[in-house]
Design a protein around this ligand. Structure first.
Ligand SMILES: [Zn+2]
Length: 75
């Protein structure tokens, strides 16, 4: 756990595996489309889209989708 960082971070819940802080990650592919994921800053677990339309970074097309998928994983 890192101190001093608010948990209310775009509505992203803490990591279900280690309880660490999860952050929104944004990547740009050579396709010019942006891709989003949520990744734990402590154990590097991330959530990725099952779709395979991104070459190198299989993320979500919107930040909201990535956050929602991450939070849903907790249930
Ligand atoms: Zn973690």
């Amino acid at each position: 756990m890192r101190g001093g960082i608010s948990v209310a971070n775009n509505g992203i819940k803490e990591c279900p595996f280690c309880g660490g802080k999860a952050e929104l990650a944004e990547a740009r592919t050579n396709y010019s489309s942006e891709s989003y994921s949520v990744i734990c800053t402590d154990c590097n677990v991330g959530i990725f889209s099952p779709k395979k339309n991104a070459k190198s970074f299989n993320g979500f097309s919107s930040a909201e989708d990535a956050i929602e998928a991450w939070n849903r994983r907790l249930g």
